[in-house]
Design a protein around this ligand. Structure first.
Ligand code: ADP
Ligand code: MG
Length: 559
């Protein structure tokens, strides 16, 4: 900037400073909604209605039936740093409320015209105030039922720069719907209604978790499998995981609710994505709804302006344990085969509220995979799957995927001292010109996996050994896999193992002897994840005896 246009440094006015601070808490209409809804929840509301017009620029109103604000305190609620929640610095160590900074209402009043109405139910009437530019300009009384309404008009009307950078109306509507869903999941006992431009966009009845799931997931609830409650670290976790076929294109399918507060800490999201690695099709993200209860004194929620990040004592230990629980659960659930679905059933509809009882039936169709080593093998079907019976269920086990999982696991487990089998004939491997140098650097690692590979020419290598017990052809599979290139990323080893497992695994269409089937199931039983192949596809389909009884109407057969 030219020096002639430069103005002297001055201390900015308090009013301006207030606006700038407000900009941090209130960056878009959705943030106003968040703050107002959290205030209503802190006031122990049983019912909350959110009304939005013109994506929040004309009006945002949040009505609740919570404990209200006494008339003589109503203006004080809008003063900066005014709060009824945190009284001493120590309180920050065990925050139990969603709000604690005493900033939100002041920040909102600085960027819009606000009307607040509130009644405690103890006084004969309620109070009403009108604020402009953060100042109370009208004060009066009026009759109303217990609870609070905060209406924000003309948000950012005097902040054209802020308005210019707001998300498009459609994006803001999508965000508001998402917020409504998140709060409904976080507080299933609270009734939520969202109205966008006079139309109901979301409603949850407040009758509990099953109802909230139904309102949020519609008929997709049948694709959620319950998890827990399970102790994890110092906390207790329960929740729902999408089956491997129910995934998302982004990380939005991960919902974390910690002590009734929904949060999105980056480190946690990353850990949860890692926990799903190898259990979902590549490029897909998990659907996971996790409720975590932990002593609030172990949680620091004052980490982030929007309160999305938190810090937990022993966070790494906790996340590791949580990941292990998820992996174990997700890797070992079998979904009932769809063959028994009523052909006359209505086509799938989205986001339909599902009644309570049906919901319970729908959220429990999953079963743990059985102990495959104990299952009774009935035979092979379609030269593709093993049919086995255990615990009043029939299982179909995809022979290719089962072998793939077992080989992958066996390879991954060796990662060091592995018995090798020298090949009588080394397998020749031709790499692409550009890859040969890269491959050279990875020979030691391949050796640790049991593959001794030596350089033979400019682009030629020889595979001289393979891990002991690997199927015939593993070395050629390795050669084929390496010939297609390595890729330079961190995951190359895992990708190689998956690829190798896929190439070496029993093909579909091959008939198996009884002995081979027994061996395959025994090896599958030894795996950490027995229901999902390393590409994230299901290995097992299940037919439950109770479904057959219902289907056939078998009399006198108990399930
Ligand atoms: P904080 O929530 O951090 O305390 P806010 O500025 O959001 O700060 O609110 C200030 C105070 O106003 C709250 O501490 C609470 O006492 C009161 N308040 C705000 N909204 C409501 C509401 N919907 N019902 C009851 N009291 C409320
Ligand atoms: Mg608040």
């Amino acid at each position: 900037m030219e020096s002639s246009t430069r103005r002297p440094i001055t201390i900015m006015s308090a009013a301006l400073a207030q606006r700038i601070a407000a900009g941090e808490v209130v960056e878009r209409p959705g943030s106003v909604v968040r703050e107002l809804v959290e205030n209503a929840l802190d006031a122990e509301a049983g019912s909350i209605t959110i009304e939005v017009r013109a994506a929040g620029l004309d009006l945002i109103a949040v009505h609740d039936d919570g404990h209200g604000i006494p008339a003589e305190e109503l203006s004080a609620a809008f003063a900066r740093f005014a709060t009824s929640k945190t009284l001493a610095p120590e309180d920050l160590d065990g925050v139990r409320t969603l709000g604690f900074r005493g900033e939100a209402l002041a920040a909102i009043a600085a960027v819009g015209t606000v009307v607040a109405l509130s009644a405690t139910g103890e006084e004969r009437s309620g109070a009403r105030i009108l604020l402009q530019h953060g100042e109370v300009v009208e004060h009066g009384r009026m009759a109303r039922a217990r609870g609070t309404t905060v209406r924000v008009h003309d948000l950012f009307a005097e902040h054209p720069a802020r308005r210019k950078f707001l998300p498009a109306q459609r994006a803001e509507h999508a965000y508001l719907r998402r917020l409504a869903r998140l709060y409904a999941l976080a507080r299933p006992r609270v009734r939520f209604t969202l109205e966008l431009d006079g139309r109901r966009a979301f409603h949850a009845s407040g009758l509990g978790e099953a109802g909230a799931l139904g309102a949020v997931f519609g008929t997709d609830v049948s694709r959620l499998t319950p998890l827990g409650p399970t102790p994890v670290g110092a906390g207790i976790v329960h929740g729902y995981l999408g089956d491997p076929g129910f995934t998302h294109l982004d990380a939005e399918g991960i919902v974390i609710i910690l002590n009734g507060r929904w949060i999105r800490p980056r480190a946690w999201l990353a850990a949860l994505e890692r926990a799903h690695q190898g259990l979902l099709p590549s490029g897909r993200h998990p659907v996971a709804l996790l409720y975590i209860e932990i002593d609030p004194r172990m949680v620091d929620v004052n980490r982030h302006p929007a309160k999305l990040e938190v810090r937990l004592q022993d966070e790494e230990v906790f996340l590791d344990a949580l990941s292990a629980v998820i992996r174990d659960r997700l890797g070992n659930i079998a979904a009932p085969a769809v063959l028994l679905q009523d052909p006359l059933a209505r086509p799938r509809q989205r986001a339909l509220p599902v009644s309570h009882r049906r919901l319970e039936e729908r959220t429990t169709p999953y079963g743990d995979v059985p102990d495959f080593a104990q299952a009774r093998i009935l035979g092979q079907v379609f030269a593709t799957a093993i049919l086995a019976e255990a615990d009043r269920r029939l299982y179909l086990v995809d022979q290719h995927r089962a072998d793939e999982r077992a080989i992958y696991q066996e390879l991954a487990r060796t990662g060091g001292a592995v018995a090798v089998q020298e090949l009588l004939e080394p397998v020749r491997l031709e790499t692409k010109e550009a890859d040969s140098g890269e491959l050279e650097t990875r020979l030691p690692e391949l050796h640790r996996l049991g593959f001794r590979v030596e350089r033979f020419g400019r682009r030629t290598f020889l595979v001289r050994s393979q891990p002991f017990g690997m199927p015939e052809g593993a070395a050629s599979a390795l050669a084929d896999s390496l010939a297609e290139g390595l890729g330079a990323d961190q995951d190359w080893r895992d990708r190689l193992l998956i690829d190798l497992a896929c190439r070496a695994a029993i093909k579909r269409g091959r008939s198996l002897t009884d002995h081979e089937m027994g061996e395959l199931l025994r090896r599958l039983q030894g795996c950490e994840a027995r229901a999902v192949c390393p590409h994230g596809s299901p290995i097992v389909a299940m037919v439950r005896a109770e479904d057959l009884v219902r289907h056939f109407g078998w009399p006198g057969v108990k399930t």
